[in-house]
Design a binder for this molecule. Structure first.
Ligand code: ARG
Length: 717
């Protein structure tokens, strides 16, 4: 018996063990790197079916939302677009008021003219990808300094992207991959009229709230629906009543056959950022600085917002999206540190570094080329005091309170007026844009809440950062307010036009720099942003060591492991990950099933709770067991399922696709036990959490009665 297993194990070793789960692959390269393995695993498509620049292919049905903050997929010939509820959250919240609370009630456009426009929201289709490394590095030499190399790369990259879009309606970017060892050109077509079509209530779309966020088991219906519009000529256009639904080159058929354990599953999407080749020094910095700073500052901020949100339905709507935006990575940072500790990631990184050093030192040529890589990185982390200040300042002043960032928008006016280049058109346009943004800002702004945030967060900065990094305004807090940030904030908010929409409108109608110059918020903003620039410059002084070291380290790793296929870290470009439907063992003696059902949704019910309330209609439908054609073979309605696909933030909303190219789910989260995954993939533990497409369709069909949308889709039974 044992012998038999040994032989099987040996066979696997000879065939090359499958690394399918780990890896965010460039779709343009799967023909070369992955398709054989994918087909062995159950994929029935060819590489050309997935990524083609001549014919329509799967990639044409997958788009970047807002340049990659999320992913979405086309599911009808009329531009119907599916993504996560948390990806449409800002829009759903933005359209909500106490009278039309789409967060609480959900929203369903009954006809196309009820679909809601969202100025600023974009959808980008990938047109093509090209390896331009040779061109970009043509004139780069070993002798160049870090800055010279950077300037040359930037110059050629711009030439390449400009040339790529000449005479087209496209936009393009050259991006570095493999830590500046490779460069690729990405060409996109970006549409700017994206309308909200449907969203379930938060009690479905965000069921489980922050408690369940980043965790399995999950029963969340995390989806929302948009539609892409274009000009009558089919080209991208700003919102207009004359626009028409886009007819995409490809859209995904939807399979309601259901998935089982071990089934092939792949995901195309826009993962934002990973650092899988990060060294132990970098992991240490993440654990000691980035995560604790974020947790400390956001913890204080979230408590203040939470208090305000509990005061009224209006307050709840106003701050729902701001709260969610801050809490998601607050919890992430807690989980990431736990994961990095539990899984001993630093030791794993160190082992790789030791092996690398041995390899590099084994011959003089290598030693000359790669010998200094790790030293450079270590040097880059030697003095991190300005980096700590930068992280604190970013969290506590730039992104923490809203008032400073808001006031800073007005510096553009100042610059224009002071240089007075006679360019009246530009100032007019800028002033109009600012005026146009005021309604949106003040709809969701509570000055007293922001004041409390200022008081608390500036104090945290003061208490945790060296005095040399204080902005000038801290002197005033010391002198005039005896270091009392609360008193200071009271005065600050009393003496400003920036909390008062009508006074700002008045100012914009007749901009007078004198008014700004004596405004306390304006003065504080200046001093904060001046210091932020100074700190950023200082912390950037280590960039040459770090980036040069990282480039060499990865180049060396790749040379050292010649037979291993490497994939580039995520950088908000389209990637493919493939694997299978799979359960996992989160801890000793516990097995987590690969799927959940509506039974779990009811089990978690806490009536009246923010996170676990179940709408009466949902309960009724579930108790009726009216699942129709959306029921699983086992008779239940599956809500979510797991795959071992490799995703990260930015992948939210990505289609989970079966071996036939049909949509079976939407990716929406990762799991708690492997939150360290962005820095080191954990094959045994890391799972991708997806909402089952049958749950989505059932909600649209039975809960919302939006059969018009179901009729638009191509459903495979
Ligand atoms: N953790 C998810 C992500 O980053 C977001 C989930 C949103 N849901 C929530 N309950 N906050 O993609």
């Amino acid at each position: 018996m044992k012998r038999f297993y040994l032989i099987i194990a040996l066979m696997f070793m000879l065939l090359g063990t499958s690394v399918a789960d780990e890896g965010m692959w460039l779709p343009a390269l799967i023909q070369k790197l992955n398709i054989t393995e994918m087909q062995q695993m159950g994929c029935e498509l060819s590489a050309e079916d997935i990524y083609s620049i001549n014919n329509s292919s799967l990639k044409d049905a997958v788009v970047a939302l807002d340049r990659g903050s999320c992913t979405a997929e086309l599911i009808s010939k009329d531009g119907l677009l599916l993504t996560n509820h948390h990806c449409g959250f800002g829009e759903i919240q933005g359209h909500s008021s106490v009278d039309h609370d789409y967060l609480k009630e959900g929203f369903w456009a009954k006809s196309r003219d009820e679909e809601l426009p969202n100025p600023g929201k974009t959808v980008s289709f990938l047109i093509r990808v090209e390896d331009v490394t040779a061109k970009v590095l043509e004139n780069v030499t070993e002798q160049m300094s870090y800055d010279e190399r950077g300037a040359e790369v930037a110059k050629i990259s711009r030439q390449i992207s400009d040339k790529a879009i000449e005479g087209t309606k496209y936009d393009a970017r050259v991006q570095s991959l493999f830590n500046d060892n490779k460069y690729y050109l990405f060409v996109y077509e970006t549409f700017r009229d994206v309308r909200l079509v449907g969203a379930p209530p938060v009690a479905i779309g965000k069921f489980g709230g922050d408690t369940d966020n980043w965790m399995w088991p999950r029963q969340t219906g995390d989806f929302s629906i948009f539609r892409v519009y274009c000009g009558p000529d089919g080209n991208p256009a700003e919102y207009s009543e004359d626009n028409v639904p886009l007819h995409p080159k490809h859209f995904l058929p939807v399979s309601i056959k259901g998935e089982k354990m071990g089934d092939f599953a792949m995901i195309l999407g826009y993962p934002g950022s990973t650092n899988r080749y990060k060294t132990s020094f970098g992991v240490d910095y993440t654990m000691e600085v980035t995560n604790p700073v974020r947790v400390q500052v956001r913890g204080a901020k979230l408590a203040i917002i939470d208090e305000y949100m509990n005061t009224s339905p209006k307050a709840r709507i106003q701050y729902a999206s701001k709260y969610a935006g801050s809490s998601n990575y607050y919890k992430f940072s807690i989980g990431q540190n736990k994961g990095l500790t539990d899984l001993d990631v630093i030791a794993k990184k160190k082992a790789i570094e030791d092996e690398f050093t041995k390899w590099a030192n084994a011959n003089p040529e290598r030693k000359a080329k790669y010998g200094k890589a790790l030293e450079l990185i270590q040097k880059g982390y030697a003095d991190v005091s300005s980096n700590i200040a930068r992280e604190y300042m970013s969290e506590s002043m730039i992104k923490g309170p809203e008032i400073f960032m808001f006031a800073n928008r007005f510096s553009a006016i100042e610059r224009l007026m002071e240089n007075d280049s006679g360019n009246n058109d530009r100032s007019e346009r800028m002033i109009e844009r600012l005026k146009g943004s005021l309604d949106g800002f003040f709809k969701d702004y509570d000055a007293e809440t922001d004041r409390k945030i200022v008081a608390a967060l500036l104090k945290i900065y003061h208490d945790n950062v060296k005095a040399e990094f204080y902005p000038a305004v801290f002197d005033e807090v010391q002198k005039k307010f005896k270091g009392d940030f609360n008193k200071f904030s009271e005065k600050l908010f009393a003496k400003t036009i920036f909390t008062d929409q009508s006074r700002l409108e008045e100012f914009l109608s007749n901009p007078d720099m004198k008014i700004l110059k004596k405004d306390m918020v304006w003065q504080a903003t200046k001093s904060i942003f001046d210091k932020y620039r100074e700190i950023t410059d200082k912390s950037n002084e280590t960039a040459p060591y770090l980036n040069e070291g990282r480039r060499l380290f990865l180049a060396g790793l790749m040379e050292m492991n010649k037979n291993r296929e490497f994939y580039p870290d995520a950088n908000s470009t389209m990637r493919l990950t493939y694997g299978k439907v799979l359960d996992y063992v989160p801890r000793d003696g516990v097995l987590y099933e690969y799927f959940t059902t509506t039974k779990g949704y009811l089990e978690k019910e806490i009536p009246g709770d923010d996170e676990f309330d179940v709408p009466p209609r949902m309960k009724e439908l579930i108790l009726d067991k009216d699942y129709g054609r959306y029921a699983d073979a086992d008779g239940s309605l599956h809500t979510c399922f797991l795959t071992n696909n490799d995703i990260t933030g930015g992948n939210s909303g990505s289609p989970v696709i079966n071996g036939k190219g049909e949509l079976i789910g939407i990716a929406f989260d990762g799991n708690w036990e492997a939150m360290s995954g962005d820095l080191a993939f954990e094959p045994d533990l890391q799972r991708c959490i997806n909402v089952d497409i049958r749950f989505v369709l059932w909600i649209i069909d039975k809960y919302a009665g939006a059969t018009n949308l179901i009729d638009e889709m191509t459903i495979v039974e």
